[in-house]
Write a protein that binds this ligand. Structure first.
Ligand SMILES: [Zn+2]
Length: 230
């Protein structure tokens, strides 16, 4: 199956400014900050339920109700020490069907947005990820788990990967909005926060073990994860 995605996406000035405000705070205090990624009534992604973590981990939980016509898509959090999502973040991203988009603001102030596709599995991949990947292997994790990663240092983010194992990925030299990309991927927000939504973002110590190459597609069946439709 082929999937054509834009090379660049644009986020709103407001989302960018709120994310930069959070990382400035985190860099000053060495504490993570975060919130819920929502689509606001004006139709753009934004941050709600802003909250602070304890040092270098954060338990993200909605602390308010969504307003009418707002939609919940996932989470936002900062990394005062590293520049991209951690393996722990990927584990929690994959474990929760309500987390459709994850935004991580790196210590380099970069905005990293991870989008699920229809082929992203949902399940507990804790052991598999811990055994096979380190934080620097983000492109390989995107490939194996079929999710997209865009990164940028202003409101324009660029696709960071060139393949996904379950799609023929085609990259169009175009720019779309982040919201258009979510629609293209069939990601639909929830009209309220799930009642039990709580997602822990924790940077576990990365393994220093030998690097194991990513798993070939044929190994999927042996791992036995659940394919799902988002
Ligand atoms: Zn994190």
């Amino acid at each position: 199956m082929s999937l054509t995605v834009p090379k660049y996406i644009v986020i709103s000035d407001r989302l960018y400014n709120d994310a930069e405000f959070m990382i400035e705070y985190s860099l000053k205090t060495d504490k993570e900050a975060g919130g819920m990624l929502i689509k606001a009534t004006h139709g753009h992604f934004g941050i709600a339920s802003e909250q602070l973590g304890e040092g270098r981990e954060i338990m993200l939980k909605p602390n308010e109700k969504l307003q009418e016509r707002e939609m919940h898509y996932g989470s936002v959090h900062t990394h005062p020490q590293t520049d991209l999502a951690s393996t722990g973040d990927v584990i929690s991203f994959l474990s929760d069907k309500n987390e459709k988009i994850m935004l991580v603001v790196g210590a380099d102030k970069s905005i990293n947005m991870y989008f699920k596709t229809k082929k992203t599995p949902i399940g507990d991949f804790h052991d598999m990820i811990r055994e096979n990947f380190e934080q620097k292997d983000m492109p390989e994790m995107c490939d194996v788990f079929n999710f997209l990663w865009y990164k940028g240092n202003d409101t324009t983010l660029e696709l960071q990967i060139n393949k996904l194992s379950d799609y023929d990925l085609e990259v169009a030299n175009e720019t779309a909005t982040a919201e258009e990309l979510a629609d293209l991927l069939g990601l639909k927000g929830n009209t309220d926060y799930p009642t039990d939504y709580s997602i822990k973002k924790y940077p576990k110590k990365e393994k220093k073990s030998k690097q194991v190459p990513w798993l070939p597609t044929q190994m999927y069946d042996r791992i036995g994860w659940n394919q799902h439709g988002i």
